[in-house]
Design a protein around this ligand. Structure first.
Ligand SMILES: [Cu+2]
Length: 64
């Protein structure tokens, strides 16, 4: 699944988002691209749970 996170600005944001998703699913694979603002997630979680994790980390995900 794929999200756009426009307020992901730097590697610190990437770390925060990755950690937040990993806390809910330790097996999740998270790929973030700061330039395109895209977050690619491979996880057994559903997309609303992943979006909630990103929101809880303080960011604003948009469904793609
Ligand atoms: Cu940042």
């Amino acid at each position: 699944m794929q999200f756009r996170v426009n307020d992901m600005m730097c590697n610190h944001c990437v770390m925060s988002i990755t950690k937040a998703i990993s806390a809910k699913d330790p097996g999740a694979k998270v790929q973030c691209n700061v330039t395109t603002k895209m977050v690619l997630v491979d996880s057994s979680l559903d997309s609303s749970s992943v979006m909630q994790a990103i929101k809880d980390a303080g960011y604003t995900p948009e469904c793609m």
